[in-house]
Design a protein around this ligand. Structure first.
Ligand code: NAD
Ligand code: TYD
Length: 453
């Protein structure tokens, strides 16, 4: 018998709706994953889980007096304590795998979790108040740094797997082993300047990698993966693609990016992210995979690799090195404090309507020179450090996000003003000079000298 037939039979014999059955499968998967993660499950819960998994009664498992037949295995059971009763909230042994005021615990695959935003997201999700399991899959490129996760590495809810999102077999193994029901795909080559020097790896990690993940999610989550006309998935599953406002291209002085703005990427980086978005959309349209795409503006905050504007300028200021401003420095970015990005992704994960795109912005449009002058002032340095250098080829002039969809539909809004976020960021870099020194030793120096020669 195929899995689908077994499940349908169990559902029929136990008089369950499709949703009830799916909920039981999910609870069982999560319980098994908790076992595998070394958690002790009380005996009463263990019996319930086995009872759920095999559709046999608890009395049958306990070998207690039985007066009728088990719906699944045909052995005699006590009708009042059968499969359904065993999982009924009013029964004597109750099982509760929900957390967060009733929201179900999830097994989340976070890809690229050793990078800047991914590591902030993992720390956020492992904070008290959540009960989700996190599997972090990261190949550890130059920007992936396990030190970013030192604070949570011993959490029972956290597992690190070193590997590439392009590795199909590894993905299948992870989905099966950890019963992944949610994917948050951060893994990517993320720096525009590097994409101008060497675009190839951007296609591999950002496009092929995203496609591999989508394919694995489709196969693993689809109720009947062999039926190409069926669009039924295990309830509660979701694939979140962390994209960028850069896929919309560039704006003039006026206007804002909305979710329906046509994609017009200008750099190899944004072209690879736009391509990935197209695949995510196609998997939603063709296969019915429950997805969301988030497109957010420039992030800043703790643990950002010093190739990006803000940490690069902080590091150079602290070392009294020139501050390389591309072109006239009047390009505009809309800055979002990374913690606000994390809360937005959580809102999309829990409340986003499948198939929808959500823009995430901080309502903080600033010219690059404004940001640099603020840093100079806060760090007690002089404007003389500013050095205008050759402009970036294809440099996008202005990014600005209209975030009214996520604020009105999902009730999210940024908690930090630019001033508050910058203060926290500067304080963090001042108190973590060891982190910066370790990050810029070795390969970084070669990169910097080549990029800013
Ligand atoms: P980052 O460069 O700091 O981190 C990327 C992480 O992905 C690293 O840990 C790296 O090792 C990992 N990675 C890269 N290729 C991989 C692969 N093939 N398999 C597994 N892991 C791989 O980037 P970030 O700034 O944290 O950005 C995270 C995501 O957010 C990216 O998808 C990026 O496009 C998107 N984004 C970033 C910003 C921003 O301002 N930083 C803004 C909008 C969107
Ligand atoms: P960056 O942090 O690379 O993000 P993105 O290009 O994805 O927006 O750059 C932010 C802005 O700062 C962008 O307009 C380019 C500019 N910039 C400089 O002027 N000098 C620099 O050394 C860097 C890294 C960026």
């Amino acid at each position: 018998m195929e899995t689908r037939e077994i499940l349908l039979e169990l559902r029929r014999k136990n008089g369950l709706t499709q949703d009830e059955m799916a909920e039981k499968i999910m609870v069982t998967r999560q319980a098994v994953s908790r076992w595998e993660n070394g958690e002790t499950i009380p005996n009463s819960d263990t019996l319930k889980i086995i009872s759920m998994m095999f559709g046999v009664s608890i009395n049958h498992l306990l070998g207690q007096p039985q007066n009728t037949v088990c719906p699944s295995c045909g052995m005699p059971v006590d009708k009042t304590n059968d499969f359904r009763a065993a999982n009924n909230k009013s029964s004597s042994v109750d099982i509760n795998y929900s957390d967060n005021g009733g929201k179900t615990m999830k097994n989340i695959l976070v890809t690229g979790g050793a990078g800047f935003i991914g590591s902030n997201f993992i720390r956020y999700m492992l904070a008290p108040g959540f009960n989700h399991n996190i599997v972090n899959l990261d190949v550890l490129t130059y920007s992936g740094n396990l030190e970013n996760l030192d604070a949570v590495k011993d959490s029972l809810r956290y597992t690190f797997v070193k590997g590439d999102i392009c590795d199909k077999d590894l993905l299948a193994e992870i989905f099966a082993k950890y019963n992944i029901d949610t994917v948050v795909n951060f893994a990517a080559e993320s720096h525009v300047d590097r994409s101008i020097v060497d675009p190839e790896i951007f296609v591999k990690s950002n496009v092929t990698g995203t496609h591999m993940l989508l394919e694995c999610a489709r196969k693993h989550w689809k109720i009947n993966p062999n039926d190409r006309h069926e669009r039924e998935y295990t309830p509660g599953v979701k694939f979140i693609q962390v994209s960028t406002d850069e896929v919309y291209g560039t704006l003039g002085d006026k206007g804002l990016f909305v979710e329906t703005t046509p994609l017009a990427p200008n750099s190899p980086y944004s072209a690879s992210k736009a391509s990935a978005d197209m695949f995510v959309r196609a998997y939603s349209e063709t296969f019915g995979l429950p997805v969301n795409i988030t497109r957010c503006s420039n992030n800043y905050g703790p643990y950002q690799f010093p190739e990006k504007l803000i940490p690069l300028m902080i590091n150079n200021c602290l070392k009294n090195k020139p501050l390389p401003v591309y072109g006239n420095g009047k390009q505009v970015r809309d800055w979002l404090y990374v913690e606000d990005h994390c809360t937005a992704i959580y809102a999309v994960m829990t409340k986003g309507r499948p198939g929808e795109v959500y823009n995430i912005g901080g309502n903080n449009e600033k010219q690059n020179v404004e940001v640099i002058r603020l840093l100079i002032k806060e760090l007690g340095k002089s404007d003389e450090l500013i050095q205008y250098v050759k402009d970036r080829p294809g440099h996008d002039i202005r990014y600005a996000i209209d975030n009214s969809k996520i604020t009105s539909q999902l009730g999210w809004s940024p908690a930090y003003t630019f001033e508050q976020g910058m203060k926290k960021t500067i304080d963090w870099y001042l108190s973590n000079s060891g982190w910066m020194d370790r990050v810029i030793s070795g390969e970084y120096e070669r990169y910097y000298n080549e990029m800013y020669q």
